[in-house]
Design a protein around this ligand. Structure first.
Ligand code: OSB
Ligand code: MG
Length: 370
């Protein structure tokens, strides 16, 4: 049994080593909310992956701050829990806002694992000591710049390249990358920038042996994706459209995708991620873990989740240095020459959160108690 006695939120801004551009906009400084929960002299950390504005999702750091302080924290604080899997039920009076809930829920998983003195990945049922690392590359000013970046990442050891696409930056880019790297594991991510009227573009992309095409159509669509998937050999992978366990069920029932990107920060946390993972495994649908430019806290949670058996592709979990000059965890995440990230073996997320660094970076903080 445990009960969260104290919950602290930090609004933090981290400058990226290079701006990250997608079909929905560019990010230079990534804001996030770090969540710390305390019980019985232990603490646990989580991260809310929402961005400054409602571009990837309707949630923002400010909606998450509001929903956690006004609704989520009062439901959770002082409630007796047998296990972190109880958290979603406790938070169920709040509809949606899965990013806000996830930051808190994952902090409770870390807390519980530390109390049990077990690494989080083992508590989750993970089976790997290292996870495969891919890299997601934003839209560049020209293809030569992109090829140069790809070259650098491949020589660092990354096992898979993901290229962001949007109308005007798609087939020609993929053709040039394939000419240069005929065999590299390659996928594209449109972040919802196309419609079924662009079927011709997907027919052409279908010729480049891509591992998958991620979120080609609208962020909340499942039906058009099912139609597009029927017309393609390349698997469609859904990201934005799978905002919860329930939407994952719908996507599989409709045949909207053949691969699922699980971001625990998007779907409500680890409990929902495990349920989606197990559902996909039972249907023979492979998964992998996506990323949201997390700090070391969110990254540690993603690494733990990526140790599950049905994570069958390289993950968007790159080294800390690919995102930030200085991460807020110790040690920072580093890439092996094999293109993997070793899974921390310490209790909980297995890395130390540099609290004084978090407090220095924090634009705002609040502590709530039972
Ligand atoms: O669509 O996967 C995405 C980053 C921010 C928002 C959405 C996405 C991404 C990425 C980067 O692709 C993944 C990473 O953290 O490395
Ligand atoms: Mg994506």
């Amino acid at each position: 049994m445990l009960a969260v006695e104290e919950l602290t939120l930090y609004l933090v801004e981290m400058e990226l080593v290079r701006p990250f551009r997608t079909s929905f906009g560019a990010t230079r400084v990534k804001p996030c909310i770090l969540v710390r929960v305390r019980s019985r002299g232990e603490e646990g950390w989580g991260e809310v992956v929402a961005d400054r504005g409602p571009w990837y999702s309707y949630e923002t750091v400010e909606t998450a701050w509001h929903v956690i302080t006004e609704f989520v924290a009062p439901l959770l604080l002082g409630r007796e829990l047998d296990h972190p899997k109880d958290v979603p039920e406790v938070l169920s009076p709040v509809r949606g806002h899965n990013m806000a809930k996830a930051g808190v829920e994952m902090a409770v998983w870390d807390l519980y694992s530390r109390i049990e003195e077990l690494p989080l990945y083992r508590v989750l049922g993970g089976v790997r000591r290292e996870v495969e690392s891919g890299v997601s590359i934003g839209i560049q000013k020209d293809v030569d710049s992109l090829l140069k970046l790809i070259d650098g990442y491949l020589s660092e050891g990354y096992r898979r390249i993901k290229v962001k696409i949007m109308p005007g930056w798609d087939v020609n880019v993929v053709r040039r990358v394939r000419e240069e790297y005929p065999d590299v594991p390659l996928q594209v991510d449109a972040n919802g920038a196309y419609t079924l009227r662009d079927a011709e573009i997907f027919k052409r992309l279908d010729e480049y042996s891509l591992l998958m095409i991620e979120q080609p159509l609208s962020y909340d669509d499942l039906v058009d994706h099912a139609a597009l998937q029927r017309s393609l050999r390349t698997p469609i992978c859904l990201d934005e459209s799978i905002s919860s366990y329930s939407t994952a069920r719908c996507a599989l029932a409709l045949g909207s995708c053949r691969v699922v990107n699980i971001k625990p920060g998007r779907v409500g946390g680890h409990t929902a991620s495990l349920a989606i993972h197990d559902l996909c495994a039972s249907r023979g649908v492979p998964c992998w873990v996506g990323g949201m430019l997390e700090t070391g806290v969110g990254r540690a949670h993603n690494v733990a989740l990526a140790t599950l058996p049905n994570m069958k592709y390289p993950n968007d979990i790159s080294a800390s240095s690919r995102y930030y000059e200085r991460d807020i965890v110790d040690p920072p995440f580093e890439l092996t020459r094999r293109g993997t990230i070793p899974v921390p073996e310490g209790a909980g997320i297995g890395v130390e959160v540099l609290t004084s660094e978090v407090e220095r970076l924090a634009k705002r903080a609040v502590t709530l108690r039972a």
